[in-house]
Design a protein around this ligand. Structure first.
Ligand code: ACM
Length: 542
């Protein structure tokens, strides 16, 4: 008898390990029986999570085809069966933590905070049959296995980056992407808004940034990166569009961290306002770039340019409530500064020995501007050149990112792990020759990054003490879009690898298991496929 109870318990433990949840929760325990979800199931909510309840109802409606009733907790309206959304800030969990209790009598999600309730509802959506499943056409009844989930995120920064400078994507595409990030409990969308090849954000004080800087004369076609298609290309987001997208993301507990990349990657802005570049060098002729790669045009470290940067950041901060503002800092060649008499005079005056010192001087000036606006600076590895600004957070990307992460954390700086060698989604998911055999439009910048390799990534580098390791505040995947000419290609490069990153960022390291992830992913693919996401095929099993 005892043995059969044990066997039963083991069986149910196995069963509950199987729901297609990505990211996998921190703890999950099986109960007995199931909750019978039906068209009559309503949502009862604490008034402080009214928005989460409303969006959950919308998601249930699009999944099931019927509109659930939603009622405030204090109203004594009877529901045939209910999902309850509650708050309890005394839960011994991190921010964003929640408990989900499902049993035959009902389902209860208790969030440590509103974000926790949101994440609990995301888990619930994944516990239900995917869109298009027969039940939603027929009975609209589905069993949710009785279970208790106790969950919280591993990292506070669970990010996905998107470059809209090389290619531009519509406001609706951005919103749709944010929905998927929210589905997998990401909480940061890093919006890379400016590039040599296009400036994508309306700045009222400097209209030429978009009139001139948002358009280029040509783009390298797929299959020949050293040529030109000769077609004018461009676009930008108006401030009204940006406000709408920021609000949309906030309701889904996604913070948008905007990036204005400086002092390099600025050719489009400098083409619009040549006075902010190194206009005192021979052969100065800025234009919006039409080829990929690193270009020489950098902002000049002059007072006039700093006033421009401050103005841009003022408008940016009015649009984006994010505490963190990304100022880029990557790949700023020093050649123009070395040739510029103005920069030479500055170096003498400020005792700057070389280009790295000028870079550090520049970034420290920008940090002061952000500080005055109550924001925090985050930048790519190269903000380390010449010495880090005092309160800077470093987004570590070069190689495996370990060197800059360890050095920065040891210096007391927070870091976000975004390694080129592991989390750059502009690399192939399948061998290059197989991809190119399908057509030129499958071209990528290069590299090979299959999903199992992404999944195996451990963000906390070796060589840090437990105290230093606390400076690793998160992890992020990157979508650089030179070789993503349209949204379908972005989806192809992002999905399903982004599910692997979601789990790296959320799930405790000792709970990660690729075989389990792979089998849960089958359930998640049904959500992608029902929505028509142009995902990549998974590699064949080894
Ligand atoms: C980068 O890839 N240039 C951050």
């Amino acid at each position: 008898m005892k043995e059969s109870i044990l066997a039963l318990a083991l069986l149910s433990a196995v069963a509950v390990a199987e729901p297609s949840l990505i990211p996998l929760p921190k703890e999950m325990a099986a109960g007995g029986g199931e909750f019978a979800f039906s068209g009559g199931t309503g949502i009862r909510f604490d008034k402080d999570v009214a928005k989460e309840a409303e969006l959950f109802a919308v998601a249930l409606e699009s999944l099931t085809g019927s509109t659930p009733k939603i009622v405030r907790e204090e109203l004594r309206i009877l529901l045939p069966s209910e999902i309850r959304l509650d708050l309890d800030d005394s839960l011994p969990l991190k921010e964003g933590g929640y408990m989900l209790e499902a049993g035959p009598k009902g389902v209860k999600v208790t969030g440590k905070d509103a974000a926790g309730v949101w994440y609990g509802t995301r888990s619930l959506l994944q516990l239900l049959p995917p869109p298009g499943a027969g039940v939603w056409k027929d009975s609209k009844e589905a069993g949710i296995p009785a279970l208790t989930i106790t969950d919280e995120p591993r990292f506070g920064w669970r990010g996905m980056h998107l470059d809209v400078g090389r290619h531009f994507f519509s406001a609706d595409e951005i919103k749709g992407f944010i929905d998927w990030l929210a589905f997998h409990k990401f909480n940061v969308f890093h919006w890379h808004l400016t590039e040599d090849q296009g400036w994508r954000i309306e700045i009222k004080k400097y209209p030429k940034l978009t009139e001139v800087g948002a358009f280029r004369d040509s783009t390298p076609p797929y299959g020949n990166r050293n040529s030109d298609d000769g077609k004018r290309y461009g676009g930008f987001y108006t401030q009204d569009q940006i406000k709408e997208i920021v609000a949309y993301a906030a309701e889904r507990h996604v913070t948008i961290v905007p990036e204005i990349d400086m002092p390099g990657h600025m050719a489009a802005a400098i083409a619009a306002y040549p006075q902010f570049g190194n206009s005192d060098i021979p052969g100065y002729a800025p234009k919006v770039m039409t080829r990929w790669g690193v270009h020489p045009y950098t902002l000049a470290p002059t007072e006039e340019t700093f006033a421009f940067v401050d103005d841009v950041l003022t408008e940016l901060c009015a649009l984006f409530p994010s505490t963190y503002i990304h100022i880029g800092g990557d790949e700023a060649p020093k050649d123009q500064w070395e040739k510029s008499p103005r920069v030479k005079a500055l170096m003498e005056k400020e005792g700057l020995k070389n280009g790295h010192d000028v870079q550090s001087y520049f970034i420290k000036r920008v940090e002061k501007m952000l500080d005055a606006k109550g924001r925090k600076l985050v930048g790519w590895d190269e903000i380390r050149e010449g010495g880090l600004a005092p309160s800077a957070t470093v987004m570590c990307w070069q190689g495996d990112a370990v060197h800059s992460a360890v050095a920065s954390a040891k210096e007391g700086h927070d870091v976000i792990m975004a390694p080129n060698q592991r989390l750059y989604f502009d690399h192939y998911q399948h061998p290059e020759k197989d991809e190119l055999a399908k057509g030129l439009e499958f071209e990528t910048i290069g590299g090979f990054r299959p999903i199992d390799n992404v999944y195996a990534y451990e963000p906390v580098p070796q060589g840090l003490s437990p105290e230093e390791a606390k400076h690793v505040i998160g992890v992020q995947a990157q979508l650089w879009t030179e070789y993503m000419h349209d949204w379908k290609k972005v989806e192809y490069m992002a999905f399903p690898r982004l599910a692997a990153v979601a789990e790296i960022a959320w799930t405790p390291a000792d709970r990660k298991n690729y075989d389990s992830f792979r089998s849960r992913l089958d359930g998640i693919l049904k959500f992608y496929d029902a929505a028509g996401v142009n995902r990549a095929e998974l590699p064949a099993a080894k």
